[in-house]
Write a protein that binds this ligand. Sequence first.
Ligand SMILES: [Fe+2]
Length: 384
Amino acid sequence: MDIYHVMLPRKIRFGVGCLDTIGDEAKELAAEHALIITDPGVYEAGLVYPVKEQLSRINLSVDVFSEAEPEPTLPRLNAIAEDLRKYNYDLLVGVGGGSSIDTAKGLSVLLAHGGNGQDYLGVNRVPKPGIPVFALPTTAGTGSETTMIAVFGDPEKKVKSAIVSPYLLARLALVDPSLTYGCPPKVTAACGMDALVHVVECYTSIKANDFSDALALEAMRLIVGNLRTVVKNGSDKEARKYMSEGALIAGIAFGNSSVTAVHALAYPLGSRFHVPHGVANGLLLPYVMECNLSANLPKFAVIANMLGVETKGLSLQEAAERGVSAAEALAADIGIPTHLRDLGVPKEALEEMAVATMDINRILVNNPKPLTLDDVRRIWQNAW
Ligand SMILES: [Fe+2]
């Protein structure tokens, strides 16, 4: 790809303790009434308190909505917007994983422009900037703080859909690794695999460019070097810091390239069987890699090397193939299930999921090789 453009949040702050600067950032906006959006788990873990305290210090009136749901849905987003419209918020602060941050991004549009979530699904359907969003991830993985995408499930149609617009980019991505210190091992593992899948996919996407490649490789180094450690020992602050940094850089990388078939397959798995996004991605990664290898052996050989495979003396084919095993081993080491049947997915569901995957064209078009329905069927069967 010779021509590419780069989209970023207005500002990114990274580092342990950078949470303390959030008040200065809010001051710059002259905000008066802020809403913190989070989920019950993050709220109970006490992570909202320091955010609220910092914002209250500058005499901002701060409310908290702590009922964001995992894997948010359009009906729920619409209902929340309906309830909150009367408060005239001028700053939204998403504190949590991708679900809370995506909810904040969705509310930014709905509270500013009215209508419901369905009106804005698809690419570039948001007419103008919404309410400014500060995005504070409490997990290392999603990258939502850096991207112009917010994903919502549609329970009726059993699909996941996305609002994609540059107006969804956060005003501030504030990534303070200390917010991830208490993240439980299972969530740490799932989110870390999500981040790894972001870099593997954006590096091999047909939208990959020199900018996204440079970031993808650095993010891969940070994630592969620290993921096992943070799952095994969540109190390793150094490893937590590097995972947060890796996930942040991965978010910028895939936000300026794309994800590919792993994410396309993960959507129907998430919407039908409520498998967490990172678990679905981690499980599916080796099977999709196996299918995609032939489309870009040199890049898959590099990935193998980044995953710790000694590739010296191997052919590109051999190196790339060993990368698949290395991805599988990493997922297994951190407790990600390796087969769909381990998650209780019945074999009879595979055909429906294969057909549903083919509908995720927005993502599939970026896969390193064009996938037929038969290719997708094979991936689902292998993963079962
Ligand atoms: Fe993801």
